[in-house]
Write a protein that binds this ligand. Structure first.
Ligand SMILES: [Zn+2]
Length: 466
């Protein structure tokens, strides 16, 4: 990020539909003000954790259990749903849940809806749609204008194929279920939780909270509560099932709880600001999560040298933690030490068990910041590596285009820009850049053929909400 001029908040918001937590900080002077406008946040650590929550449940439910994409929707309300290969979850849901089990229970319930074939038609449409189109549908026009495109046409106008229809209520009722379907999904959820040796208490706690929240007038309405009816008899039935389970008293493994705490602290620090983070950190005195939050808050709001010392201490505690290395890289980038940052990101990539596509892109950015022809070539390799793992990382294509540009490979830069537009669902601009790239390429060469694929692509699916 340091290799190019700092963007203003507005420019950054126009450019990126999604941002990594680190990038949010790098481009924005006011972290929380900007972060609130980004509809999707990307973070290797959080995505890996939620995927670890989902994988055993998906397996028990007979659903695809590898290659699950976790989409973190930046919204403080509670919502979560699965389309098939993608699990959408609001940061608000992750922040509300004090234990992994609460999230795992909700994922189990959602898996129950899929296994039951509930809302299959809509779900098929969602599965074919680009992630950003779904986000636009979920969050509505406000989020589109603020986060993804300030160019007045928004995602829908840019060919995203979203028919949001009835405004806010339509968004709330996306994937709305009938009461009988809820009972079926609850029963399936208990089956999956039992099969994986986990308690249903977290799910029960979450649903109880929605039920009691109904009496609060004027409180924020959680989309999840609107789509999932929770009448008294349903919760009562669920309670019986949960308590019959031999695993009712099973609690999450301490290492998983620790990762959960670290995730919540991270969301608080990056998205909710210093005060909110301090409040949460005070509830976890002496914990590694508190230490992690403190290091992150120092990086964002305090002294860089102190942040580095605190992060080095974290690394001493868990030398194999990829995300501590990632934080170290972020800090070194802010300190204008791209060479050291590149080393830290390289370590993060080698330690990351989840093989996130985000970390190689960060490594590539550090290599770009070094700025020599050799490091630029290495940057291209790493960014391409990251994009190979994660094709919808629209910010990654921007860095790739910049790296090609600095190397003098203009058609490469234009094709990368075309790809970025393509995977954001902005097909019109994707075609424009693909055609420009082709003009400088040899007809029939691999890159020319890829450009042709983009030019020939016809978006066909619209998301229709009843
Ligand atoms: Zn449900």
């Amino acid at each position: 990020m340091l290799s190019r001029p700092r963007s203003t908040i507005a420019q950054a918001a126009r450019v990126f539909a999604t941002l990594s937590l680190g990038a949010v900080v790098a481009v924005a002077s006011s972290v929380s003000a900007f972060a609130q406008n980004v509809p999707v946040i990307r973070d290797a650590e959080i995505e890996a954790l939620v995927r670890d929550y989902a994988r055993p449940i998906f397996k028990a439910a007979g659903l695809a259990n590898d290659g699950i994409d976790i989409v973190l929707v930046n919204d403080q309300s509670f919502n979560a749903f699965v389309t098939g290969r993608r699990l959408f979850i609001n940061t608000g849901a992750l922040m509300t849940a004090e234990t992994p089990n609460e999230i795992i229970g909700v994922i189990a319930h959602e898996a129950g809806h899929i296994a039951g074939g509930h809302q299959q038609k809509l779900r098929d449409q969602l599965e074919r749609a680009k992630t950003m189109a779904i986000i636009a549908t979920l969050l509505g026009a406000g989020a589109i204008a603020a986060g993804a495109a300030t160019n007045s046409r928004g995602l829908a106008g840019a060919g995203m194929g979203v028919a949001a229809g009835g405004g806010e209520m339509a968004q709330r009722s996306i994937l709305a279920y009938q009461r009988t379907e809820e009972m079926t999904a609850d029963r399936s959820a208990i089956t999956y939780l039992n099969a994986t040796g986990q308690s249903g208490m977290g799910m029960l706690k979450t649903f109880h909270r929605f039920q009691t929240a109904l009496s609060l007038s004027g409180a924020q309405v959680d989309p999840y509560r609107i789509s999932h009816p929770m009448p008294q008899d349903r919760i009562a039935n669920l309670e019986v099932l949960v308590k019959q389970s031999p695993y009712v008293d099973k609690i999450d493994p301490p290492a998983l709880q620790q990762r959960h705490d670290m995730m919540r602290v991270k969301i608080a620090v990056y998205m909710d600001g210093q005060a909110a983070a301090s409040r949460l950190i005070r509830k976890m005195p002496g914990s590694l999560a508190a230490q992690y939050g403190d290091a992150q808050a120092t990086y964002l709001f305090g002294d860089i040298a102190t942040a580095l010392a605190k992060t080095n201490a974290l690394i001493k505690t868990q030398p194999k933690n990829a995300y501590f290395q990632e934080l170290r890289g972020d800090i070194l980038m802010k300190a204008n030490r791209p060479k050291d940052a590149a080393d830290a990101y390289a370590k993060a990539v080698s330690l990351d068990p989840a093989r996130s596509g985000l970390l190689p892109v960060s490594w590539g950015q550090a290599l770009m910041a070094i700025g020599t022809p050799d490091s630029l070539k290495k940057a291209v390799v790493q960014i391409n590596n990251g994009l190979g793992r994660d094709k919808e990382n629209s910010a990654g294509y921007r860095y790739l285009a910049q790296a090609y540009g600095e190397l003098g490979d203009i058609p490469g830069a234009e094709l990368a820009t075309a790809e970025g537009h393509f995977y954001s669902g902005n097909y019109k601009d994707a075609k424009i850049f693909a055609m420009r790239a082709q003009q400088q390429m040899k007809r029939g060469e691999p890159r020319w053929l890829r450009a042709q694929d983009i030019i020939n692509y016809t978006p066909s699916n619209k998301i229709k909400i009843k």
